[in-house]
Design a protein around this ligand. Structure first.
Ligand code: SF4
Length: 692
């Protein structure tokens, strides 16, 4: 913004980053008379290159001040009343101190937010560790890509996307595993379609007949929850035919013998029986991937949201290592991070086991380093995950929680269980923009500034740290989350979070995290962001990881075995159920559902059902149906489509009127506690037949 534009109050464009998905497109917010009146794409942005998806174009609605929370609110006699910041902080500090005095520091838990800035997330984990004295800090990466972080750290030493979005156009084969980027990461999905049109081949592995599957050269339509069997089968074929990358395996990997022995248990006929994919398609896919010159593999929650999530990621890594499809441009393992700053929230250590930069809490040297900087003795106790905190609330172990901008009542599995847990707390504090289902259960709500009202950074899925800047003032008394947490810290007697601005926090992050060490706001502004690691060895950032060697040295091959989902269809619940996302909505819908344009595009709650299953139940388009699982039931309208295979139904999770998470299973991946959101068993009832 120029001084002239401000003085004359004429229309101006503020360059910033889209607040929705992990692609991190560049947007310009048009500001007129101190209101955001429109959005435009940034032609010069390296990722979005002048394009935006429907969500990006609708950003102005998402931050419309209508319905915003503008003062602190305290629950009294069953409803909320406005309160001063002083009063709200007083209520919170009394409850937090009482809980800690009675049950110890771990009686309080903090949930950070993958939509908030790096600075906010850094403040949240510092607040938990240095102020409250607990490692009970987590966020929604737990239920999206925690298995990527855990799995790839074991095999490669780093849990992030190995390559850059620009590599899509450098690959001659693009493999899409368990995701549909045209729905969830649409600008990136558009670049994949562009690459296909320009001659790249497309291999899609997905139980659904997605948009990209329809365009693919080969689609492996596997049975839900059979990823490991399928990948072990591909590896068996690769080894049996001598298609492995021999030189790469011997010089850069370890544990080949053990992997060979494991995958020998998965001959094509066995794998075809488990996965439902014909043997000839398995052989064709193995050949295609192993023999491609540059094969770029992307994956999403069709890999991670299983009780075998971490092992699924490990098997993806096995495949890329054996074929040597990593460490070069146009190749790699590329988990598509969902929310705009889920990569950053993980980088900031908003996780129970790591400090910023993935420095293990369990290591004394790391605790000493952070204790020195933060001037506070730090807890050694293992922290609880977000689902662990929910369980702890029910058992009485956790007495108070602070939730920053997330809506677990809508987004976490088994909604009734989450509601009971939050009701059981002595105090629930929610920092939010608008009244979500979770905020409605709070005892105290603190009003937060939106992304368009504050400075900070987001880190996209290709590890690009990008600046955002305020376009307008926050409404009423709303403030950035980091400022709220800093003020609360002071009330609790800790005075090393009283930063003057977001840039001071970023400088503290850079000083403590080797991944961000070489970054500063001026440097980020000059470069349209920088990709970590950025430090003395890589002052301009790192677009491609693992070029010469892996972060852990050698790439580790780890044998893993197929296991069925925790709950499979039976007589009482005869259909598989899976959750999906829609192009037009994002997360719990608290931002996208404010847009009339996006709301117009989809009905509020949908069950996708295959024509064969619909016929068996006399279901017609938009017939009202009830979906029941062992945990609850939901009523909604049916859409008949061959996008889902016979025997499997699917629901998007964005709609609070039809909350799919009333049905989902809390069974968890033993390593990361990721719940199995992608598979459970349900029964569908045609309500029109039942009511006759
Ligand atoms: Fe925003 Fe993602 Fe769409 Fe880009 S692809 S405009 S980052 S929602």
């Amino acid at each position: 913004m120029t001084a002239d534009a401000s003085a004359h109050n004429i229309s101006r464009i503020i360059q910033t980053i889209c607040p929705f998905c992990g692609v991190g497109c560049g947007i310009g917010l048009r500001v007129e008379q101190e209101k955001i009146t429109g959005v435009e794409p940034l032609a010069s942005h390296p990722v979005s290159q002048g394009k935006l998806c429907a969500k990006g174009w609708s950003t102005a609605y998402a931050v419309d001040p209508i319905d915003r929370i503008t003062t602190p609110l305290i629950r009294e006699n069953g409803s909320f009343r406005p309160a001063s910041w002083d009063e709200a902080y007083q209520v919170i500090t009394e409850a937090f101190l009482a809980a800690a005095a009675e049950k110890g520091a771990d009686a309080v838990g903090v949930i950070a937010c993958a939509r908030a800035t790096n600075e906010d997330c850094y403040a949240a984990q510092k607040f938990a560790r240095a102020v409250l004295g607990t490692n009970n800090i987590d966020h929604c990466a737990r239920i999206c890509h925690s298995p990527s972080v855990a799995g790839l750290r074991q095999t490669l030493g780093s849990g992030a996307m190995t390559n850059s979005i620009d590599d899509i156009e450098k690959a001659d084969l693009i493999v899409i595993f368990g995701c549909d980027p045209t729905e969830n990461h649409s600008v990136l999905g558009g670049r994949i379609i562009g690459a296909k049109m320009a001659g790249a081949r497309l291999l899609v592995v997905d139980p659904r007949l997605t948009r990209l599957a329809r365009m693919a050269d080969l689609h492996l339509q596997l049975q839900l929850g059979t990823n490991i069997a399928l990948i072990n089968g591909l590896l068996q074929i690769i080894f049996a035919n001598g298609w492995e990358a021999t030189e790469f395996l011997s010089s850069r990997c370890e544990n080949e013998t053990a992997l060979r022995a494991k995958v020998a248990e998965y001959p094509p006929e066995r794998v075809a029986a488990i996965t439902g994919v014909p043997e000839e398609k398995l052989i064709a896919a193995a050949r295609m991937y192993a023999k491609a010159e540059r094969a770029l593999l992307t994956y999403g929650m069709g890999i991670t949201q299983y009780t075998t999530g971490t092992n699924n990621v490990i098997s993806i890594s096995n495949l890329a290592l054996v074929a040597g499809q990593i460490g070069r441009e146009g190749t790699g393992i590329n988990p598509l991070r969902g929310q705009n700053n889920v990569q950053g929230a993980c980088d900031m250590g908003a996780l129970p086991n790591v400090f910023p930069g993935y420095q293990e809490v369990a290591q004394q040297t790391n605790r000493d380093k952070f204790a020195d900087h933060w001037q506070k003795k730090l807890p050694e106790n293992k922290g609880l995950t977000s689902l662990g905190m929910t369980k702890g609330a029910l058992s009485g172990e956790v007495r108070c929680m602070l939730i920053m901008g997330e809506d677990p009542v809508v987004t976490d599995p088994d909604q009734h269980h989450v509601q009971r847990a939050l009701e059981a707390l002595d105090l629930l504090v929610v920092i939010e923009l608008v009244m979500t289902e979770t905020a409605a259960m709070a005892d105290v709500i603190l009003p937060a500034a939106a992304f368009s009202e504050k400075a900070g950074t987001f880190t996209n899925c290709e590890r690009r740290v990008q600046l955002i800047q305020p376009a307008i003032a926050a409404p009423g008394e709303a403030k950035p989350d980091w400022q709220i947490l800093g003020e609360l810290a002071s009330r609790l007697g800790y005075h090393h979070m009283d930063w003057p601005n977001a840039e001071a926090i970023f400088n503290e992050i850079a000083a403590l995290s080797p991944l961000y060490q070489g970054m500063s706001y001026p440097k980020l502004a000059e470069n349209h962001g920088l990709q970590w690691p950025c430090n003395e060895q890589a002052p301009n950032g790192t677009p491609l990881l693992h070029r010469q060697q892996f972060s852990r040295g050698k790439g580790r091959l780890i044998p893993v075995s197929h296991a069925d989902p925790a709950e499979v269809p039976d007589e009482a619940y005869p259909l598989f159920f899976t959750t999906t996302r829609l192009h037009y909505h994002y997360g719990c819908g608290s931002m996208t559902r404010k847009s009339p344009l996006l709301e117009r595009e989809t009905p509020s709650g949908i069950l996708f059902i295959n024509p064969a299953d619909a016929q068996a139940l006399a279901i017609k388009p938009q017939t009202k149906v009830r979906i029941s699982s062992r945990r609850g039931e939901v009523e909604t309208g049916a859409i008949i489509t061959d996008e889902v295979p016979p025997g499997t139904v699917a629901m998007p999770y964005h709609f609070k009127e039809a909350p799919s998470n009333r049905l989902t299973n809390t069974a968890q991946d033993p390593v990361t506690k990721m719940p199995e959101l992608k598979a459970c068993a349900v029964r569908v009832t045609n309500l029109e037949v039942e009511h006759k």
